[in-house]
Design a protein around this ligand. Structure first.
Ligand code: SF4
Ligand code: SF4
Length: 291
């Protein structure tokens, strides 16, 4: 078929095809499946049960909704990453000095904790401009937000409005021995930037590490935060059907009641009494029993 720009059907088909191709490309580029470790970026979530389900790979993350395709949501998530180099450039121009990413790594990472099952990566570490005469290292965290979220953040501040971001910064800070953080959030609608200087709370970081350890060690799901699926938090939870309606879990070793997270980021099968090879963890076996 030769594309005819004067034919409406051809033009409609062209637009639909490009849209579908971008959707496929977005999924291929940005969908990275289950995470191996429990991430510090989520540890501040109010529901430990949700984090446990996530860690135990009970079902893949669901990104699409009635109004958004999976590719669109993945692009939205990626938007934040695209913003980072631009903010860093602006800050450098203003005199901030950033440490290079450690050799062999693509990001600044924290030391894996809880037998290698709890980790995370941070946006940047650096120093304030010399005019502030402040020699301590500062942890930088860059975020983006839509108009409504941005207004809420401006009004309430990071600790109150973004407890997950606050918790992750504290965990990173404690790991890197850094006491101060600079949080910058770009309004995706207007490009306004919200900036907050934070004194990081290492006690909170310790509490979060203990929370992570409890989730990683748990053989059974932590308590629900609400008994009804219509609760305002559960309503939007990816695990609502598993949690409230006993939906069967996906089959893999991490969602099996015979598995256990062990040292060196590995998983052990309690039935076979041996460490499970990484490629088998993804598949499970015929003896799988859902957690
Ligand atoms: S449905 Fe509710 S209780 Fe269950 S994991 Fe999700 S947020 Fe937690
Ligand atoms: S090997 Fe089979 S029984 Fe063992 S943890 Fe994996 S799925 Fe479960």
């Amino acid at each position: 078929m030769k594309f005819n720009p004067d034919n409406k059907n051809d033009v409609d088909l062209l637009v639909d095809t490009i849209d579908a191709q971008i959707e496929d490309a977005s999924i291929e580029m940005f969908e990275d499946g289950h995470r191996d470790h429990l991430g510090a970026s989520l540890i501040g979530d109010s529901c430990s049960r949700k984090l446990w389900y996530l860690f135990r790979w009970v079902k893949p993350a669901k990104f699409d909704s009635a109004t958004r395709t999976q590719g669109q949501v993945l692009r939205l998530f990626n938007r934040g990453h695209r913003e980072e180099p631009a903010i860093i450039k602006l800050l450098e121009k203003s005199g901030h000095r950033f440490l290079p990413v450690p050799e062999g790594q693509d990001q600044h990472r924290i030391t894996l904790k809880c037998n290698g099952h709890f980790g995370g990566s941070l946006d940047a570490v650096g120093y304030l401009p010399e005019i502030f005469n402040f020699d301590d290292q500062v942890l930088y965290e860059f975020k983006t937000a839509g108009e409504t979220q941005f207004r809420r953040l401006k009004k309430a501040g990071v600790k109150a409005d973004k407890p997950l971001h606050w918790a992750q910064m504290c965990v990173y800070g404690k790991d890197k021995g850094i006491h101060h953080g600079l949080y910058l959030c770009v309004n995706k609608n207007t490009d306004e930037i919200y900036i907050e200087f934070l004194v990081l709370d290492w006690n909170l970081a310790e509490t979060m590490e203990m929370k992570a350890e409890a989730i990683i060690e748990a053989d059974e799901a932590p308590a629900k935060i609400a008994m009804s699926a219509s609760h305002f938090v559960c309503k939007w939870c990816n695990f609502k059907d598993v949690c409230h309606y006993d939906e069967p879990v996906d089959v893999n070793c991490r969602s099996c009641k015979h598995s256990k997270a062990v040292e060196n980021s590995q998983w052990k099968c309690k039935l076979a009494d041996q460490v499970i090879p990484k490629d088998v963890v993804k598949l499970g076996c015929e003896l799988h029993e859902g957690i």
